[in-house]
Design a binder for this molecule. Structure first.
Ligand code: SAH
Length: 266
């Protein structure tokens, strides 16, 4: 039996121009590509003709039932000698279950390499001009999931409120379904209602929708504007950067780039 190989590849947040060169090379060399639902079609155009593309459903709620199946498929394809690419949105190791897949492959004795990707929690805010750290406002950043498995302990929002008060930016992935709960927990934890916040839906894609607000108004705004997944929520004073003058980026912007719809605070 020929030994196959699996490459876990980060597809970035949506725009194919945010793929790394290593990701493109891996896609061109693959004979089988297992792609997450969130991966944009434009990324798949780098897969060579004749290679098989398998779409894997990974949307909220169905993840745990399917992960074992995906692991088994990766192992089976590699064991058949295929050059397998496991293509995941953003970075494979940021809320991507990439770690679990690598563990399953190692346990099965399958060789595996990882190609990092541009994660949505950095790229989507950046598209709006929001740096996740900025020495004027934030000395660090925490990436947090708003979605946890039923029965599993979620993030401690009181502790996170404390961290945010101390100058740590919070970037919440998968938080839209529980946005009101999360905002309320942070407020209860002592984070001020006028702490700036931004929601970026479909960041770095032509469908990008962005809204700048504050923590106190976040949940109402999300509901009123109908914002939903996939989106990241950024909470912290770095969001103020959207108000700062940024002429250089404007001058250099490519007309084909998605335009962020930035609404003012308050
Ligand atoms: N591995 C991915 C995250 C997967 S979890 C990464 O590194 O980006 C899925 C969550 O990522 C979504 O619920 C959303 O919170 C976020 N996300 C993925 N793509 C996004 C995009 N284009 N814009 C905004 N958020 C996105």
């Amino acid at each position: 039996m020929k030994a196959g190989h699996v490459t876990l590849v980060g597809a970035g947040p949506g725009d194919p121009e945010l793929l790394t060169r290593r990701a493109i090379r891996a896609l061109r060399q693959a004979s089988v590509v297992l792609a997450d639902d969130l991966v944009a079609d434009g990324v798949l155009r780098y897969v060579r003709k004749g290679a098989r593309i398998v779409r894997c459903g990974k949307r909220g709620g169905t993840v745990s039932t399917q992960q074992g199946f995906i692991n088994a498929m990766l192992i089976a394809e590699a064991a058949r000698g295929e050059r397998v690419v496991r293509l995941k949105g953003g970075d494979p190791f940021v809320f991507g279950r990439g770690g679990e897949e690598v563990s399953a492959l190692r346990a099965a004795g399958i060789a595996c390499t990882v190609v990092p990707g541009v994660t949505a929690g950095i790229a989507a805010p950046a598209q709006l001009g929001i740096p996740v750290t900025d020495r004027r406002w934030a000395q660090g950043v925490m990436f947090v999931t708003g979605h946890t498995q039923p029965g599993a302990p979620g993030p401690d929002w009181r502790q996170l409120a404390l961290a945010a008060r101390g100058g740590i930016t919070l970037v919440v992935y998968m938080g839209m379904a529980r946005c009101a709960e999360i905002a309320a927990a942070l407020l209860t934890g002592g984070l001020r209602g006028d702490t700036p916040a931004a929601v970026i839906e479909n960041g770095c894609t032509p469908e990008q929708q962005a809204h700048v607000t504050d923590l106190g108004a976040l949940a109402d705004d999300v509901q009123r504007l109908g914002l939903g997944a996939p989106a990241v929520v950024v909470i912290g004073h770095v969001v103020r950067a959207t108000q700062a003058p940024c002429t250089e980026a404007g001058e250099n912007a490519d007309a084909s780039e998605p335009r962020a719809q930035v609404l003012g605070c308050g």
